[in-house]
Design a protein around this ligand. Structure first.
Ligand code: PLP
Length: 400
């Protein structure tokens, strides 16, 4: 197949060439006196991305899911109650993990396409007079539906009723792409991974743990845990080492991606994501006349858009056509929204031209599958939006 694959799933995302090259390295002794420099650079860079001065970042050789497990098994005891909203496949999987690990799970069921229900979180916390809820869980960016939730608002809900529970946030598809503030929002554990906004292959679980959550870890010493123990990691990380063999090339990649993030500037990156996402939504809503899965503009995600296909069309067929005929990878509709939506990822290393190829390719595939849209309508709407809103561009997508 000639030409490049158009990779527009919301993870793994495109890895910049400089990051790819940085990972082609000979293996090294991870106990050498030279090694700590690499570890410590990665950990220091991560703190900036988490916006945390007081938290402790960890790098686990896992995907994001491993860090969910680490948060639950380090900071809680079996049988503890957790409060969590379910509004998409990823929040669902976190609920499922909590149940499988033996926690009492209080689930706030929401429609898919909605964001975290701040009032219902507050009511549940208010009603918990016995303070049985030990952790509040929220998925910052629900990748299945393209919904971003208000984590600062959840913190406000918790504080307004003076609830002492820990706050765990899944920021797998938002960290480094959508503003996230660990310290300011008093997040106790932030869970993320390498293959989305951090522009790396999958394989690193990236997490940050507050002082309060570390204290909880020390007080829950009866909970069995081993591979994901924060304390083992902390003891070795202090000196720049790991308790087991680290994924060396991935660490070099992480160092490079953190460097790229530093050069562009986090705030510019957030701006770029918002600007590209707004053009994408113009393509869907104004160009194609279709709906996005997110039910209200306040929840629109700047990293992924889930496009609802018209009644009678199977979104899975559109995705299959896009790949087979145009070498374009679109994200599938998961579980409840399977067949109803396809997703376009716009996070990480992206610019306008890449987005136009995704929009144009999705148009071709939809037309082939019988969706009644005008050829070029999405491309035109996105072009118009970007041209009319240049002041919102971060200035980081151009070649000069
Ligand atoms: C991708 C994703 C996950 C799962 O992460 P893995 O790295 O695949 O384990 C969890 N939550 C959200 C919101 C995601 O987007």
């Amino acid at each position: 197949m000639a030409g490049r694959n158009g990779l527009f799933v919301p993870g793994p995302t495109n890895v910049p060439d400089r990051v790819l090259r940085s990972m082609v390295v000979p293996m090294e002794d991870h106990r050498s006196p030279k090694f700590p420099k690499l570890t410590l650079a990665c950990l220091a860079g991560l703190k900036k991305v988490f916006k945390s001065e007081t938290g402790t970042p960890f790098i686990f050789p896992s995907s994001g899911t491993g860090c969910w497990e680490a948060a639950l098994t380090n900071c809680l005891c079996p049988g503890d109650t957790v409060l969590v909203a379910r509004f998409g496949q990823f929040s669902h999987l976190w609920v499922d993990m909590c149940q499988r690990l033996g926690f009492e799970v209080q689930v706030l069921e929401c429609e898919w396409g909605e964001g975290a229900p701040l009032d219902r979180y507050r009511h549940a916390l208010e009603a918990d007079t016995g303070r049985k809820i030990k952790a509040v869980l929220v998925t910052h960016n629900e990748t299945a539906t393209g919904v971003t939730s208000d984590v600062a608002g959840i913190r406000k809900s918790m504080d307004s009723v003076g609830h002492p529970a820990l706050l765990f946030v899944d920021a797998v598809s938002s960290l480094g792409s959508i503003d996230f503030r660990m310290d300011e929002w008093k997040v106790d554990v932030c869970v993320s991974g390498s293959q989305k906004g951090l522009m790396l292959p999958a394989g690193l679980g990236l997490t940050c743990v507050s002082e309060k959550a570390m204290q909880a870890r020390l007080e829950t010493s009866k909970q069995p845990r081993c591979y994901f123990d924060y304390v083992d990691m902390l003891n070795q990380n202090k000196n720049g080492y790991f308790p087991y063999t680290p994924a060396l090339p991935m660490l070099y990649g992480l160092k490079e991606s953190l460097q790229a993030i530093e050069e562009e500037g986090l705030e510019n990156i957030f701006k770029r994501h918002h600007y590209l996402a707004a053009g994408m939504r113009a393509a869907v809503q104004e160009g194609w006349g279709l709906k996005v899965c997110a039910k209200k503009p306040e929840w629109y995600s700047d990293t992924v858009t889930a496009v609802v296909v018209p009644e009678g069309i199977d979104a899975a067929k559109v995705i299959d056509r896009a790949f087979r005929r145009y070498n374009l990878s679109l994200g599938a509709g998961l579980s409840k929204v399977a067949g109803k939506v396809f997703r376009i990822g716009h996070l990480g290393d992206c610019n306008e031209l890449m987005m136009l190829s995704a929009i144009g390719g999705a148009e071709l595939a939809m037309l082939d599958c019988g969706v009644k849209i005008e050829p070029g309508s999405g491309v035109g709407a996105a072009q118009r939006w970007w041209r009319e809103n240049e002041e919102l561009a971060s200035g980081t997508t151009g070649g000069m």
